[in-house]
Design a protein around this ligand. Structure first.
Ligand code: AVI
Length: 304
């Protein structure tokens, strides 16, 4: 398994200077992401929350009694509360997240609000092999993957991840959010907010490496650069060097010239049909899709 250090060396040395967005998320990065979710320009969170609120009763009914709800990349456990509030029978909840301390804190708060709920946190990278508690007798496994985090995978990664979920949820279903293709101006604003929080989130990848790996770099030497790339239907985020930038990581020196950006994230946008086609290819049966009035965000019920 490659590490942050290996991946950052590879990105700094490699031809396309590309690194996984998962390295945004240390404690600081997670806090910045929570701020992004509150920004007026960042529509995905509030649009998805409104969909979950509007359809929570129907979703709870689809889950049926005794469901085991599994949230992948669970984070602060805010959105799942909207579902849990409508599940009156005793369900079990399995949040899976790589950040152990953060997850356990969030579970404690959830348990206070839902004392009858059985919560089994799993600290693991949900994209890789992980052990889940056995599926419940007489109930089904329901996966929950909100936020359009699927958009941060390459299409190939998205397909293999969905295949893995299909097997894991066999006989149950997946409730998943996918951001939709829309006017580029709306997308551009969402990733270039006026308050500059997304820029700080982007730069946190290097600050994270500074704190964890001792990376040396000039924090004023990079600009946040995010744009919509229409051929791949995705926002690309880069850290663009201002002039030549020197970075030092574990005794190795790297130089990035102007234009040689560090590519930190892709955020793919889908059409409803395009997303359902990938889900089908992964073995799911797309049974329902809910969208908002502007058609900005989609929530899919995929039968496994
Ligand atoms: C977590 N993920 C779905 C966010 C997105 O919109 O792709 C991450 C993000 N990057 C910049 N702003 C938000």
């Amino acid at each position: 398994m490659s590490s942050f250090a290996d991946d950052l060396h590879a990105a700094l040395a490699g031809p396309d200077h590309s690194i996984s967005p998962k390295y945004f998320y240390d404690a600081k990065g997670s806090a910045l992401f929570e701020q992004i979710c509150e920004l007026p320009e960042y529509y995905p969170t509030r649009t998805e929350v409104a969909l979950l609120q509007r359809h929570a009763a129907e979703l709870a009914q689809r889950m049926g009694p005794q469901a085991q709800l599994i949230e992948y990349g669970a984070g602060a456990l805010m959105k799942v509360r909207l579902l849990l509030a409508h599940l009156d029978r005793c369900h079990s909840f399995v949040p899976v997240d790589i950040s152990g301390p953060h997850l356990l804190e969030a579970c404690k708060a959830l348990q206070r609000d839902f004392p009858a709920l059985s919560i089994t946190p799993v600290v693991a990278d949900f994209t890789r092999d992980h052990e889940l508690p056995p599926a419940p007798d007489g109930g089904q496994r329901i996966g929950f993957f909100p936020g359009s985090s699927i958009g941060n995978f390459t299409p190939e990664e998205a397909l293999s991840f969905l295949r893995m979920l299909r097997e894991e949820l066999d006989g149950g279903a997946l409730l998943i959010g996918a951001d939709l293709i829309k006017e580029p101006g709306v997308l551009h604003a969402a990733y270039n907010d006026a308050a500059g929080i997304t820029g700080r989130f982007n730069l946190n990848l290097l600050h994270h490496a500074q704190r964890e790996l001792g990376l040396e770099f000039d924090p004023r030497g990079f600009d946040h650069y995010a744009f919509y790339e229409p051929r791949h239907h995705r926002i690309e985020m880069h850290l663009m060097p201002r002039g030549v930038q020197e970075l030092q990581l574990q005794g190795r020196r790297y130089r990035l010239s102007p234009g040689e950006s560090l590519h930190t994230e892709n955020s793919h946008k889908y059409s409803v049909e395009g997303f359902q086609a990938i889900a089908r290819e992964a073995g799911f049966d797309p049974q329902h899709c809910w969208t908002d009035d502007k058609n900005w965000f989609s929530l899919h019920w995929l039968k496994a």
